[in-house]
Design a protein around this ligand. Structure first.
Ligand code: ADP
Ligand code: GLC
Length: 480
């Protein structure tokens, strides 16, 4: 098939979260399966300057209608491997910036213009290069307008740009909601401005457009597909999602087993496998050392890596200060984001200097070391569409402690629920739930044989993208 992915992040070029990993690995695996795959991303500074993009060639000059004006841009292209082409939609005014969406204080004020331009740039490129895709697959709100812009351009130019459109919701909490007056920049017919179109409580919602107008809608776990049809998790879009209930499926992401694999991970000090676990102890010692702890510490080491946001439940951990005071554990957190949550974590580390360490930076190598060197990995998310770290953790023999939501509940089996299949510990997304999860972790650690069995079961599970990508292949086939 000719498959076009469109996203605002792509590993290894630009990443703020799991979206980049998911799009990077899915597109690359589909290329390995023999499909002809193109991926469009904005030409952010980080991507254009990336060493792997050094061979990029200018392919097209763009002149994009944006309401009553035209804006220029260009498309540059490179091919990181056979069957895979990356297209960068460039316009320096919009994308030559340090961060993709804004600073840690606030989002950029022109994000609607930036992503309308991006989606239109994709459509124009498909048209001029006559790519004729079987499937065009957009991800998250930044690509929400893509299906409707594509169909509109097909009508306008009496041509076919893509057979089917697919839209994936990676996180419904981010919706791309902007003043309705910016709708005119889309040049779409006025009737789409109403309640049956992009209008959402008097504003324009790009996420809503994606859900309404794509041929197929997917999300990244079956449980999240059900959750977002309820007011508790739908963030106001539950009704809209409900109208697509027959077309929405939840497909679990895979993990990139070239990058997240303790047997060949280049970013950890010692490699290991389920058959030869000694390297994990070396990683553990290094993790403790790099975070200012005694590398010989024998009690449980709990790690956490995440964006510091309300979603990830950081405050639910901070509320358990008494647990860390009362128990001889080491807790290591790596994360950036919300300044108040950063401060709360720093305060916790200052109050418990020998027990808690906090790194507030983006650090790919440390994220691998935390996965490899911890005994437990904590993910107390309030909601989690899929989540990648709980799968990385299982692959690294690090027992996940997760809330019973979304993809976490779909990918971790509680050790008490099943003695044969259990790989982790599940609990409720509340401060009490997290406290109970941590206590159960202590008890599990105190039973080394049971702990090791859970570790090994996790390591032997198959979370590879080759399985996950086949589910997308079937979905595309079925849609066509
Ligand atoms: P989300 O996309 O909601 O942030 P995921 O679990 O899908 O959550 O993916 C998060 C990804 O971002 C993981 O690969 C994780 O290791 C990485 N990550 C998060 N924070 C950091 C950080 N401070 N440094 C390095 N990697 C990070
Ligand atoms: C989003 C979600 C996360 C998911 C990722 C990739 O960022 O928050 O749960 O794993 O997208 O699909």
């Amino acid at each position: 098939m000719k498959i076009v992915h469109v996203a605002s992040e792509l590993f290894p070029y630009i990443k703020t979260g799991g979206l980049a990993d998911a799009v990077g690995a899915l597109s690359s695996t589909l290329a390995d399966l023999g499909h002809e795959v193109s991926v469009f991303v904005p030409g952010y500074r980080a991507v254009v300057d990336h060493p792997l993009a050094a061979a990029a060639k200018r392919t097209l000059r763009l002149r994009i209608e944006m309401g009553d004006t035209f804006m220029s841009g260009e498309v540059v292209t490179f091919s990181p491997k056979p069957n895979l082409k990356v297209y960068l939609v460039c316009r320096d005014e919009f994308f030559d910036r340090r961060h993709p969406y804004g600073t840690s204080e606030r989002d950029y004020e022109d994000n609607h213009h930036r992503f309308i331009f991006f989606c239109k740039g994709v459509v124009e490129t498909l048209r001029f290069l006559e790519l004729r895709a079987d499937v065009i697959h957009g991800h998250d709100w930044q690509c929400g307008l893509l299906p409707v812009l594509l169909r509109h351009a097909e009508q306008r130019y009496a041509t076919t740009l893509a057979m089917k459109t697919v839209f994936t919701i990676h996180n419904i909490a981010f919706q791309g909601v902007f003043p309705l007056r910016s709708f005119y920049r889309t040049n779409l017919p006025d009737e789409l401005m109403g309640i049956d179109g992009v209008e959402f409580y008097g504003q324009m919602s790009m996420m809503k457009a994606g859900i309404l107008f794509a041929d197929r809608v997917t999300t990244v776990s079956p449980r999240y597909a059900r959750e977002i049809q309820t007011p508790e998790f739908g963030c106001g879009l539950e009704g809209v999602v409900g109208t697509r209930a027959d077309d929405i499926v939840g497909l679990i992401n895979g993990i990139d087993t070239d990058i997240w694999n303790p047997a060949k991970d280049a970013l950890i000090p010692a490699k290991y496998t389920p058959e030869a676990l000694a390297g994990k102890a070396a990683c553990r010692a290094e993790l403790l050392k790099q975070n200012g702890f005694n590398p010989k510490f024998a009690g449980p080491v709990v790690g956490m890596v995440c964006r510091l946001t309300e979603q990830k439940g950081v405050d639910l951990v901070v509320a358990n200060e008494a647990f860390f005071k009362a128990n001889d554990v080491r807790f290591i957190v790596l994360g950036t984001g919300d300044k108040l949550l950063e401060q709360a974590l720093r305060k916790l580390a200052e109050a418990l200097p020998g027990r808690v360490a906090v790194c507030t930076r983006l650090d790919e190598a440390m994220s691998h070391l935390v996965e490899a060197g911890s005994d437990f990995f904590l993910m107390p998310s309030r909601f989690e569409p899929c989540g990648l770290n709980q799968m990385y953790s299982q692959a690294y023999g690090t027992v996940p402690l997760v809330t019973r939501v979304g993809g976490l509940a779909d990918t971790v089996v509680d050790v008490e629920a099943s003695a044969e299949a259990g790989t982790g510990i599940l609990f409720a997304p509340t401060a009490e739930g997290v406290g109970e999860g941590l206590k159960r972790a202590l008890a599990l650690y105190a039973a080394p044989a049971v702990f090791k069995a859970a570790q090994l079961r996790g390591m032997r599970r198959d979370f590879s993208w080759s399985t996950a990508a086949k589910a997308y292949e079937r979905l595309y086939d079925d849609a066509i």
